[in-house]
Design a protein around this ligand. Structure first.
Ligand code: G3H
Length: 253
């Protein structure tokens, strides 16, 4: 089941690249909704790819989520001459600690033998606190690294699954539902055409920053995420997708 059937997966990669109009697609076999091992494989594929594109002094912004946790799990030491810096893309977004970007960032950096900087801010934030916190020198410094990240690596989630997992307050939930959100990435919720319908107020990476990053890598698999993946790529800020066979087949249906 987990062996690469070369021609089949290559074909899916090629077709998806065309459909999503992006630079690179990697498809691993299986369905991560059904088997945890497939998520592990997604993590490994992401690490292999990341290592191919890293430059000597890259700054890598990483998001939270269980898929990114699998990427951190799969990380191995980078070459000795590499001086890479890992930073969390955005705040905790209401996730449990193990799913937060800070947690995953530390893990990834340690395994890579790279360095890291974290964001110590409560989250989500009121409008007022947001504006004063981003002026704090220690926060500003980390924000500078985040905004100038060379590589962003992130998960994509089904909008309602994510909103519920994050215990989203009722008024925001309403906005997400009324806006017919289907996909979510780094705290932004998108409808099926890729229009942003809601954004969690937190420090860190904003959509403008994603646009300027050299490489934006989405890692998301499972048949249940197909619509979310399509919605996210409809606004097209990421140029690489690492996914699994089940999501790929559903996307191409
Ligand atoms: O933003 C997307 C979510 O973090 C994805 O979470 O990898 O646990 O499905 P997940």
């Amino acid at each position: 089941l987990f062996m690469r059937q070369v021609s089949g997966l290559d074909m899916l990669e090629h077709q998806l690249k065309e459909q999503l109009q992006i630079e690179h697609v990697i498809v691993v076999s299986g369905d991560s909704d059904e088997a945890e091992e497939v998520k592990t494989e997604l993590g490994k594929a992401a690490v292999t790819y990341l290592k191919q594109v890293l430059k000597q002094q890259s700054t890598i912004a990483v998001t939270g989520g269980s898929t990114m946790a699998a990427v951190a799990d799969a990380m191995t030491p980078l070459n000795q001459n590499m001086e890479c810096l890992f930073v969390p893309a955005r705040g905790g977004l209401g996730e449990q600690v193990e799913n937060q970007a800070n947690t995953i960032c530390v893990e990834m950096a340690k395994k890579a033998k790279g360095s890291y900087r974290l964001l110590y801010v409560p989250d989500p934030l009121s409008e007022e606190s947001y504006h004063s916190i981003i002026e704090e020198p220690s926060v500003r410094e980390v924000l500078h690294y985040i905004r100038h990240a060379d590589i962003v690596i992130h998960g994509i989630g089904d909008a309602l699954t994510m909103a519920e997992r994050r215990k989203t307050p009722a008024d925001e939930m309403k906005k997400i539902k009324n806006g017919n959100a289907v996909g979510e990435a780094f705290g932004y919720y998108f409808d099926k055409n890729g229009n942003m319908v809601h954004k969690v107020r937190t420090v860190g990476l904003q959509m403008e920053d994603v646009k300027q990053a050299e490489r934006v890598i989405a890692v998301a698999g499972g048949k249940s995420k197909a619509d979310a993946i399509q919605s996210y790529f409809n606004q097209g800020y990421s140029n690489v997708l690492i996914t699994d066979e089940a999501a790929a087949m559903e996307l191409l249906r």
